[in-house]
Design a protein around this ligand. Sequence first.
Ligand code: ARG
Length: 458
Amino acid sequence: MSRLWGGRFTGKTDPLMEEFNASISYDCKMYDADCIGSMAYAKALAKAGIITQEEADTLVDGLGKVQQEWANKTFKLAPGDEDIHTANERRLGELVGSVAGKLHTGRSRNDQVATDMRMWTREEVSKISAILKELIAVCVKRAENEVDVLMPGYTHLQRAQPIRWSHLLLSYALSWQNDAIRLEQYLERLNVLPLGCGALAGNPFTLDREYLAQQLGFSDIIPNSLSAVSDRDFVAEFLFWTSLTMSHVSRFAEDLIIYSTAEFGFVKLADAYSTGSSLMPQKKNPDSLELLRGKSGRVFGDMAGFMMTYKGVPSTYNKDLQEDKEPLFDAVTTISGCLQITTGVLSTLSINAEKMRAALTPDMLATDLAEYLVRKGVPFRETHHIAGAAVKLAEDRQCSMADLSVEDLKTLHAAFEPDVTSIWNPERSVENRTTPGGTSRQNVMTQVEKLKTWLADS
Ligand code: ARG
Protein backbone atom coordinates (compact mmCIF):
# COMPACT_ATOMS: atom_id res chain seq x y z
CA MET A 1 0.00 0.00 0.00
CA SER A 2 1.47 3.37 -0.99
CA ARG A 3 0.71 5.99 1.60
CA LEU A 4 1.98 9.53 1.40
CA TRP A 5 2.86 9.63 5.09
CA GLY A 6 4.03 6.25 6.44
CA GLY A 7 7.62 7.08 7.45
CA ARG A 8 7.32 7.59 11.19
CA PHE A 9 4.62 4.99 11.79
CA THR A 10 5.24 1.47 12.98
CA GLY A 11 1.75 0.44 14.06
CA LYS A 12 -0.98 -0.42 11.61
CA THR A 13 -4.04 1.72 11.01
CA ASP A 14 -7.34 0.21 12.08
CA PRO A 15 -9.11 -0.74 8.82
CA LEU A 16 -12.18 1.10 10.05
CA MET A 17 -10.04 4.20 10.63
CA GLU A 18 -8.63 3.78 7.13
CA GLU A 19 -12.12 3.99 5.72
CA PHE A 20 -13.13 6.75 8.11
CA ASN A 21 -10.17 8.85 7.07
CA ALA A 22 -10.61 8.39 3.34
CA SER A 23 -12.25 10.93 1.07
CA ILE A 24 -11.58 9.25 -2.27
CA SER A 25 -15.19 8.12 -2.70
CA TYR A 26 -16.23 11.74 -3.21
CA ASP A 27 -13.11 13.83 -3.84
CA CYS A 28 -12.38 11.83 -7.02
CA LYS A 29 -14.75 14.37 -8.58
CA MET A 30 -11.80 16.76 -8.56
CA TYR A 31 -9.48 14.53 -10.59
CA ASP A 32 -9.20 17.01 -13.43
CA ALA A 33 -8.23 19.94 -11.22
CA ASP A 34 -5.79 17.71 -9.33
CA CYS A 35 -4.00 16.58 -12.51
CA ILE A 36 -3.91 20.05 -14.06
CA GLY A 37 -2.69 21.57 -10.77
CA SER A 38 0.09 18.99 -10.57
CA MET A 39 1.15 19.60 -14.18
CA ALA A 40 1.58 23.29 -13.46
CA TYR A 41 3.41 22.45 -10.25
CA ALA A 42 5.85 20.20 -12.11
CA LYS A 43 6.58 23.02 -14.55
CA ALA A 44 7.06 25.48 -11.70
CA LEU A 45 9.54 23.07 -10.05
CA ALA A 46 11.52 22.94 -13.28
CA LYS A 47 11.39 26.71 -13.57
CA ALA A 48 12.82 26.95 -10.05
CA GLY A 49 15.58 24.50 -11.00
CA ILE A 50 14.45 21.81 -8.53
CA ILE A 51 13.83 19.26 -11.28
CA THR A 52 15.07 19.16 -14.87
CA GLN A 53 12.96 20.08 -17.85
CA GLU A 54 12.97 16.42 -18.96
CA GLU A 55 11.72 15.34 -15.55
CA ALA A 56 9.00 17.95 -15.72
CA ASP A 57 8.02 16.75 -19.20
CA THR A 58 7.84 13.16 -17.96
CA LEU A 59 5.65 14.20 -15.05
CA VAL A 60 3.34 16.30 -17.22
CA ASP A 61 3.07 13.46 -19.69
CA GLY A 62 2.31 10.91 -16.98
CA LEU A 63 -0.25 13.20 -15.35
CA GLY A 64 -1.95 13.52 -18.73
CA LYS A 65 -2.28 9.75 -18.79
CA VAL A 66 -3.68 9.66 -15.26
CA GLN A 67 -6.19 12.32 -16.26
CA GLN A 68 -7.18 10.29 -19.32
CA GLU A 69 -7.73 7.18 -17.21
CA TRP A 70 -10.18 9.08 -15.02
CA ALA A 71 -11.90 10.55 -18.06
CA ASN A 72 -12.23 7.12 -19.70
CA LYS A 73 -13.30 5.59 -16.40
CA THR A 74 -10.41 3.13 -16.54
CA PHE A 75 -8.63 4.46 -13.45
CA LYS A 76 -8.36 1.63 -10.95
CA LEU A 77 -8.30 2.49 -7.27
CA ALA A 78 -5.80 0.64 -5.12
CA PRO A 79 -5.85 -0.05 -1.38
CA GLY A 80 -4.43 2.98 0.41
CA ASP A 81 -5.77 5.48 -2.14
CA GLU A 82 -6.89 7.71 0.68
CA ASP A 83 -7.86 10.67 -1.44
CA ILE A 84 -7.58 11.96 -5.00
CA HIS A 85 -4.09 13.37 -4.37
CA THR A 86 -2.76 10.07 -3.03
CA ALA A 87 -4.43 8.06 -5.79
CA ASN A 88 -3.06 10.24 -8.58
CA GLU A 89 0.48 10.27 -7.21
CA ARG A 90 0.43 6.51 -6.71
CA ARG A 91 -0.73 5.96 -10.28
CA LEU A 92 1.77 8.48 -11.62
CA GLY A 93 4.52 6.49 -9.96
CA GLU A 94 3.34 3.31 -11.64
CA LEU A 95 3.34 5.06 -15.02
CA VAL A 96 6.58 7.08 -14.89
CA GLY A 97 8.65 5.48 -12.13
CA SER A 98 10.60 7.07 -9.32
CA VAL A 99 10.63 10.58 -10.79
CA ALA A 100 7.01 10.76 -9.59
CA GLY A 101 8.47 11.08 -6.11
CA LYS A 102 9.83 14.52 -7.03
CA LEU A 103 6.45 16.02 -7.85
CA HIS A 104 5.41 16.75 -4.29
CA THR A 105 8.62 18.70 -3.46
CA GLY A 106 7.68 21.64 -1.27
CA ARG A 107 4.02 20.90 -1.77
CA SER A 108 1.57 19.61 0.79
CA ARG A 109 -1.86 18.16 0.31
CA ASN A 110 -2.92 21.21 2.27
CA ASP A 111 -2.12 23.72 -0.45
CA GLN A 112 -2.96 21.10 -3.07
CA VAL A 113 -6.49 20.36 -1.87
CA ALA A 114 -7.31 24.03 -1.38
CA THR A 115 -6.19 24.65 -4.96
CA ASP A 116 -8.17 21.70 -6.36
CA MET A 117 -11.29 22.84 -4.53
CA ARG A 118 -11.04 26.37 -5.88
CA MET A 119 -10.46 25.15 -9.42
CA TRP A 120 -13.33 22.66 -9.26
CA THR A 121 -15.70 25.22 -7.78
CA ARG A 122 -14.68 27.76 -10.40
CA GLU A 123 -15.72 25.36 -13.18
CA GLU A 124 -19.04 24.60 -11.54
CA VAL A 125 -19.75 28.27 -10.86
CA SER A 126 -19.44 29.09 -14.54
CA LYS A 127 -21.86 26.28 -15.44
CA ILE A 128 -24.34 27.38 -12.77
CA SER A 129 -24.09 30.96 -13.91
CA ALA A 130 -25.06 29.93 -17.47
CA ILE A 131 -28.02 27.88 -16.20
CA LEU A 132 -29.18 30.77 -14.04
CA LYS A 133 -29.05 33.16 -16.99
CA GLU A 134 -31.23 30.79 -19.01
CA LEU A 135 -33.81 30.93 -16.26
CA ILE A 136 -33.72 34.72 -16.23
CA ALA A 137 -34.11 34.73 -20.01
CA VAL A 138 -37.26 32.58 -19.71
CA CYS A 139 -38.73 35.01 -17.16
CA VAL A 140 -38.01 37.93 -19.47
CA LYS A 141 -39.43 36.22 -22.54
CA ARG A 142 -42.64 35.25 -20.76
CA ALA A 143 -43.00 38.71 -19.27
CA GLU A 144 -42.72 40.24 -22.72
CA ASN A 145 -45.16 37.80 -24.34
CA GLU A 146 -47.69 38.07 -21.53
CA VAL A 147 -47.18 41.70 -20.66
CA ASP A 148 -50.89 42.59 -20.67
CA VAL A 149 -52.17 39.78 -18.48
CA LEU A 150 -53.52 41.20 -15.24
CA MET A 151 -53.89 39.36 -11.96
CA PRO A 152 -54.45 40.10 -8.31
CA GLY A 153 -51.35 41.10 -6.41
CA TYR A 154 -51.34 39.77 -2.86
CA THR A 155 -50.03 40.84 0.50
CA HIS A 156 -50.58 38.45 3.42
CA LEU A 157 -51.99 36.18 0.68
CA GLN A 158 -55.04 38.47 0.65
CA ARG A 159 -56.09 40.15 -2.57
CA ALA A 160 -54.46 43.58 -2.52
CA GLN A 161 -54.17 45.46 -5.83
CA PRO A 162 -54.21 44.53 -9.52
CA ILE A 163 -50.78 43.90 -11.02
CA ARG A 164 -49.40 42.65 -14.28
CA TRP A 165 -48.44 38.96 -14.28
CA SER A 166 -45.36 40.09 -16.19
CA HIS A 167 -44.43 42.37 -13.30
CA LEU A 168 -44.50 39.38 -10.95
CA LEU A 169 -42.33 37.37 -13.35
CA LEU A 170 -39.84 40.20 -13.49
CA SER A 171 -39.67 40.35 -9.71
CA TYR A 172 -38.39 36.78 -9.78
CA ALA A 173 -36.02 37.69 -12.59
CA LEU A 174 -34.63 40.56 -10.54
CA SER A 175 -33.84 38.30 -7.57
CA TRP A 176 -32.10 35.86 -9.85
CA GLN A 177 -30.23 38.64 -11.61
CA ASN A 178 -28.91 39.77 -8.23
CA ASP A 179 -27.94 36.16 -7.53
CA ALA A 180 -26.07 36.02 -10.83
CA ILE A 181 -24.26 39.29 -10.06
CA ARG A 182 -23.37 38.03 -6.59
CA LEU A 183 -21.96 34.88 -8.17
CA GLU A 184 -19.73 36.93 -10.44
CA GLN A 185 -18.47 38.93 -7.47
CA TYR A 186 -17.89 35.69 -5.58
CA LEU A 187 -15.78 34.39 -8.42
CA GLU A 188 -13.29 37.21 -7.86
CA ARG A 189 -12.75 36.15 -4.25
CA LEU A 190 -12.68 32.47 -5.17
CA ASN A 191 -10.14 32.75 -7.94
CA VAL A 192 -6.96 33.28 -5.90
CA LEU A 193 -4.23 30.70 -5.64
CA PRO A 194 -3.21 28.75 -2.51
CA LEU A 195 -0.64 26.52 -4.28
CA GLY A 196 3.00 27.17 -3.43
CA CYS A 197 2.33 27.64 0.28
CA GLY A 198 3.35 24.17 1.45
CA ALA A 199 1.79 22.68 4.55
CA LEU A 200 1.44 26.02 6.33
CA ALA A 201 4.67 28.01 6.50
CA GLY A 202 5.39 28.57 2.82
CA ASN A 203 7.58 27.14 0.08
CA PRO A 204 11.40 27.21 0.42
CA PHE A 205 12.26 26.62 -3.27
CA THR A 206 11.76 30.12 -4.68
CA LEU A 207 8.79 28.82 -6.56
CA ASP A 208 7.26 31.31 -8.97
CA ARG A 209 3.71 31.46 -7.64
CA GLU A 210 2.73 34.18 -10.08
CA TYR A 211 3.67 31.80 -12.86
CA LEU A 212 1.59 29.06 -11.21
CA ALA A 213 -1.37 31.42 -10.90
CA GLN A 214 -1.10 32.39 -14.52
CA GLN A 215 -0.75 28.74 -15.66
CA LEU A 216 -3.84 27.76 -13.69
CA GLY A 217 -6.00 30.75 -14.59
CA PHE A 218 -6.02 32.37 -11.14
CA SER A 219 -6.18 36.13 -11.02
CA ASP A 220 -3.85 36.44 -8.04
CA ILE A 221 -1.95 34.49 -5.38
CA ILE A 222 -3.07 34.26 -1.75
CA PRO A 223 -0.42 36.35 0.02
CA ASN A 224 -0.37 34.41 3.31
CA SER A 225 0.51 30.72 3.52
CA LEU A 226 -1.43 30.15 6.76
CA SER A 227 -4.54 31.61 5.21
CA ALA A 228 -3.98 29.72 1.95
CA VAL A 229 -4.29 26.31 3.61
CA SER A 230 -6.82 27.31 6.24
CA ASP A 231 -9.33 29.39 4.39
CA ARG A 232 -12.60 27.79 3.34
CA ASP A 233 -14.58 31.02 3.20
CA PHE A 234 -15.15 30.24 -0.46
CA VAL A 235 -17.06 27.12 0.58
CA ALA A 236 -19.11 28.98 3.19
CA GLU A 237 -19.83 31.80 0.79
CA PHE A 238 -20.89 29.48 -1.98
CA LEU A 239 -23.19 27.61 0.41
CA PHE A 240 -24.75 30.89 1.49
CA TRP A 241 -25.13 31.93 -2.13
CA THR A 242 -26.83 28.63 -2.89
CA SER A 243 -29.11 28.97 0.12
CA LEU A 244 -30.18 32.47 -0.86
CA THR A 245 -30.71 31.53 -4.49
CA MET A 246 -32.67 28.47 -3.41
CA SER A 247 -34.83 30.63 -1.17
CA HIS A 248 -35.76 32.60 -4.29
CA VAL A 249 -36.51 29.35 -6.10
CA SER A 250 -38.52 28.13 -3.13
CA ARG A 251 -40.64 31.26 -2.87
CA PHE A 252 -41.29 31.15 -6.59
CA ALA A 253 -42.33 27.50 -6.23
CA GLU A 254 -44.60 28.34 -3.33
CA ASP A 255 -46.37 31.04 -5.38
CA LEU A 256 -46.95 28.67 -8.26
CA ILE A 257 -48.13 25.85 -6.01
CA ILE A 258 -50.78 28.20 -4.66
CA TYR A 259 -51.68 29.57 -8.10
CA SER A 260 -52.01 26.05 -9.52
CA THR A 261 -54.63 24.89 -7.00
CA ALA A 262 -58.21 24.53 -8.28
CA GLU A 263 -59.10 27.31 -5.84
CA PHE A 264 -56.90 29.75 -7.77
CA GLY A 265 -56.52 28.07 -11.15
CA PHE A 266 -54.23 30.82 -12.45
CA VAL A 267 -51.57 28.49 -13.81
CA LYS A 268 -51.34 24.93 -14.99
CA LEU A 269 -48.15 22.93 -14.89
CA ALA A 270 -47.16 21.01 -18.01
CA ASP A 271 -47.54 17.25 -17.72
CA ALA A 272 -43.76 17.04 -18.05
CA TYR A 273 -43.39 18.60 -14.60
CA SER A 274 -46.39 17.07 -12.81
CA THR A 275 -47.08 13.66 -11.38
CA GLY A 276 -50.16 11.65 -10.56
CA SER A 277 -51.45 9.91 -7.48
CA SER A 278 -51.23 6.16 -7.08
CA LEU A 279 -54.67 6.18 -5.52
CA MET A 280 -56.65 9.16 -6.78
CA PRO A 281 -56.96 9.06 -10.56
CA GLN A 282 -57.96 12.72 -10.93
CA LYS A 283 -54.86 14.09 -9.22
CA LYS A 284 -52.18 16.12 -10.94
CA ASN A 285 -49.62 17.13 -8.38
CA PRO A 286 -46.98 19.87 -8.66
CA ASP A 287 -44.18 17.59 -7.46
CA SER A 288 -41.56 19.55 -9.36
CA LEU A 289 -42.43 22.71 -7.43
CA GLU A 290 -42.69 20.89 -4.14
CA LEU A 291 -39.24 19.40 -4.65
CA LEU A 292 -37.85 22.83 -5.50
CA ARG A 293 -39.31 24.14 -2.26
CA GLY A 294 -38.17 21.07 -0.32
CA LYS A 295 -34.64 20.99 -1.66
CA SER A 296 -34.03 24.52 -0.46
CA GLY A 297 -34.08 23.04 3.06
CA ARG A 298 -31.43 20.54 2.10
CA VAL A 299 -29.11 23.27 0.84
CA PHE A 300 -29.59 25.36 3.99
CA GLY A 301 -28.58 22.17 5.82
CA ASP A 302 -25.38 21.95 3.78
CA MET A 303 -24.58 25.50 4.81
CA ALA A 304 -25.47 25.11 8.48
CA GLY A 305 -23.60 21.80 8.76
CA PHE A 306 -20.47 23.21 7.22
CA MET A 307 -20.56 26.37 9.33
CA MET A 308 -20.77 24.25 12.48
CA THR A 309 -17.63 22.41 11.43
CA TYR A 310 -15.77 25.47 10.23
CA LYS A 311 -16.23 27.68 13.27
CA GLY A 312 -14.24 25.40 15.59
CA VAL A 313 -11.26 24.61 13.41
CA PRO A 314 -7.95 26.05 14.70
CA SER A 315 -5.80 27.99 12.26
CA THR A 316 -4.30 26.29 9.21
CA TYR A 317 -5.21 22.79 8.11
CA ASN A 318 -7.03 20.34 10.35
CA LYS A 319 -8.74 17.23 9.07
CA ASP A 320 -12.13 18.68 9.96
CA LEU A 321 -11.70 20.64 6.74
CA GLN A 322 -12.15 17.48 4.71
CA GLU A 323 -15.80 17.87 5.72
CA ASP A 324 -16.02 20.83 3.34
CA LYS A 325 -16.45 18.67 0.27
CA GLU A 326 -19.68 16.77 0.66
CA PRO A 327 -21.83 19.82 1.48
CA LEU A 328 -20.22 21.76 -1.35
CA PHE A 329 -20.68 18.95 -3.86
CA ASP A 330 -24.24 18.36 -2.71
CA ALA A 331 -25.11 22.04 -2.99
CA VAL A 332 -23.65 22.22 -6.50
CA THR A 333 -25.59 19.16 -7.68
CA THR A 334 -28.78 20.32 -5.99
CA ILE A 335 -28.78 23.86 -7.27
CA SER A 336 -27.80 22.85 -10.80
CA GLY A 337 -30.73 20.43 -10.96
CA CYS A 338 -33.14 22.84 -9.30
CA LEU A 339 -32.35 25.76 -11.59
CA GLN A 340 -32.82 23.59 -14.66
CA ILE A 341 -36.14 22.24 -13.38
CA THR A 342 -37.27 25.78 -12.54
CA THR A 343 -36.49 26.81 -16.11
CA GLY A 344 -38.40 23.81 -17.44
CA VAL A 345 -41.43 24.46 -15.23
CA LEU A 346 -41.58 28.13 -16.10
CA SER A 347 -41.09 27.74 -19.83
CA THR A 348 -43.84 25.10 -20.17
CA LEU A 349 -46.36 26.49 -17.71
CA SER A 350 -49.72 27.58 -19.11
CA ILE A 351 -51.60 30.47 -17.60
CA ASN A 352 -55.34 31.04 -17.38
CA ALA A 353 -55.58 34.77 -18.04
CA GLU A 354 -59.40 34.71 -17.73
CA LYS A 355 -59.26 33.27 -14.24
CA MET A 356 -56.62 35.78 -13.19
CA ARG A 357 -58.78 38.53 -14.59
CA ALA A 358 -61.95 37.20 -12.95
CA ALA A 359 -60.22 37.32 -9.58
CA LEU A 360 -59.82 41.10 -9.89
CA THR A 361 -62.77 42.23 -7.78
CA PRO A 362 -63.68 45.94 -7.52
CA ASP A 363 -62.76 46.11 -3.82
CA MET A 364 -59.14 45.70 -4.96
CA LEU A 365 -59.58 49.20 -6.38
CA ALA A 366 -60.48 50.78 -3.04
CA THR A 367 -57.01 52.33 -2.96
CA ASP A 368 -57.67 53.80 -6.40
CA LEU A 369 -60.91 55.28 -5.05
CA ALA A 370 -58.93 56.96 -2.26
CA GLU A 371 -56.40 58.20 -4.82
CA TYR A 372 -59.24 59.65 -6.90
CA LEU A 373 -60.12 61.92 -3.99
CA VAL A 374 -56.47 62.77 -3.41
CA ARG A 375 -56.40 64.14 -6.95
CA LYS A 376 -59.39 66.30 -6.01
CA GLY A 377 -57.33 67.80 -3.19
CA VAL A 378 -58.57 65.72 -0.22
CA PRO A 379 -55.78 64.72 2.21
CA PHE A 380 -54.85 61.03 1.85
CA ARG A 381 -55.58 60.08 5.47
CA GLU A 382 -59.14 61.31 4.96
CA THR A 383 -59.52 59.64 1.58
CA HIS A 384 -58.37 56.32 3.05
CA HIS A 385 -61.12 56.58 5.62
CA ILE A 386 -63.75 57.54 3.03
CA ALA A 387 -62.79 54.70 0.69
CA GLY A 388 -62.97 52.37 3.71
CA ALA A 389 -66.50 53.61 4.34
CA ALA A 390 -67.32 52.86 0.68
CA VAL A 391 -66.04 49.29 1.17
CA LYS A 392 -68.30 48.95 4.21
CA LEU A 393 -71.28 50.43 2.39
CA ALA A 394 -70.92 47.87 -0.41
CA GLU A 395 -70.46 45.10 2.15
CA ASP A 396 -73.60 46.17 4.04
CA ARG A 397 -75.57 46.24 0.83
CA GLN A 398 -73.98 42.99 -0.28
CA CYS A 399 -73.11 44.55 -3.61
CA SER A 400 -69.92 45.17 -5.51
CA MET A 401 -68.18 48.49 -4.92
CA ALA A 402 -68.58 49.19 -8.62
CA ASP A 403 -72.36 49.12 -8.12
CA LEU A 404 -72.31 52.04 -5.71
CA SER A 405 -73.84 55.03 -7.46
CA VAL A 406 -72.24 58.47 -7.65
CA GLU A 407 -74.98 59.63 -5.27
CA ASP A 408 -74.07 56.90 -2.77
CA LEU A 409 -70.47 58.00 -2.93
CA LYS A 410 -71.40 61.65 -2.65
CA THR A 411 -72.94 60.88 0.75
CA LEU A 412 -69.40 59.94 1.81
CA HIS A 413 -67.69 63.00 0.28
CA ALA A 414 -68.87 65.88 -1.85
CA ALA A 415 -65.80 65.69 -4.13
CA PHE A 416 -67.04 62.51 -5.87
CA GLU A 417 -68.20 63.28 -9.40
CA PRO A 418 -69.62 61.15 -12.27
CA ASP A 419 -66.10 60.44 -13.59
CA VAL A 420 -65.55 58.29 -10.49
CA THR A 421 -66.94 55.30 -12.43
CA SER A 422 -63.71 55.23 -14.44
CA ILE A 423 -62.04 53.91 -11.25
CA TRP A 424 -63.58 50.46 -11.62
CA ASN A 425 -61.17 49.38 -14.28
CA PRO A 426 -58.11 47.29 -13.38
CA GLU A 427 -56.26 48.37 -16.56
CA ARG A 428 -56.59 51.94 -15.48
CA SER A 429 -55.31 51.01 -12.04
CA VAL A 430 -52.15 49.30 -13.25
CA GLU A 431 -51.53 51.96 -15.87
CA ASN A 432 -51.68 54.57 -13.15
CA ARG A 433 -48.58 53.12 -11.49
CA THR A 434 -46.24 54.98 -13.81
CA THR A 435 -43.61 55.92 -11.25
CA PRO A 436 -40.55 53.77 -12.04
CA GLY A 437 -40.89 50.43 -10.28
CA GLY A 438 -44.68 50.36 -10.66
CA THR A 439 -46.72 47.82 -12.60
CA SER A 440 -47.60 50.02 -15.61
CA ARG A 441 -46.93 48.59 -19.06
CA GLN A 442 -44.16 51.05 -19.75
CA ASN A 443 -42.38 50.25 -16.50
CA VAL A 444 -42.62 46.55 -17.23
CA MET A 445 -41.20 47.04 -20.71
CA THR A 446 -38.36 49.12 -19.29
CA GLN A 447 -37.49 46.22 -16.99
CA VAL A 448 -37.67 43.82 -19.93
CA GLU A 449 -35.30 45.97 -21.97
CA LYS A 450 -32.85 46.41 -19.12
CA LEU A 451 -32.73 42.70 -18.41
CA LYS A 452 -32.31 41.90 -22.10
CA THR A 453 -29.37 44.28 -22.35
CA TRP A 454 -27.83 42.79 -19.23
CA LEU A 455 -28.28 39.24 -20.54
CA ALA A 456 -26.74 40.19 -23.87
CA ASP A 457 -23.75 41.86 -22.18
CA SER A 458 -23.09 39.25 -19.52
N1 ARG B 1 -8.25 14.62 1.77
C1 ARG B 1 -7.77 15.76 2.46
C2 ARG B 1 -8.85 16.82 2.51
O1 ARG B 1 -9.71 16.73 1.74
C3 ARG B 1 -6.56 16.29 1.78
C4 ARG B 1 -5.66 17.08 2.66
C5 ARG B 1 -5.01 16.19 3.63
N2 ARG B 1 -4.03 16.89 4.40
C6 ARG B 1 -3.53 16.39 5.52
N3 ARG B 1 -2.68 17.12 6.13
N4 ARG B 1 -3.91 15.24 6.00
O2 ARG B 1 -8.83 17.72 3.30
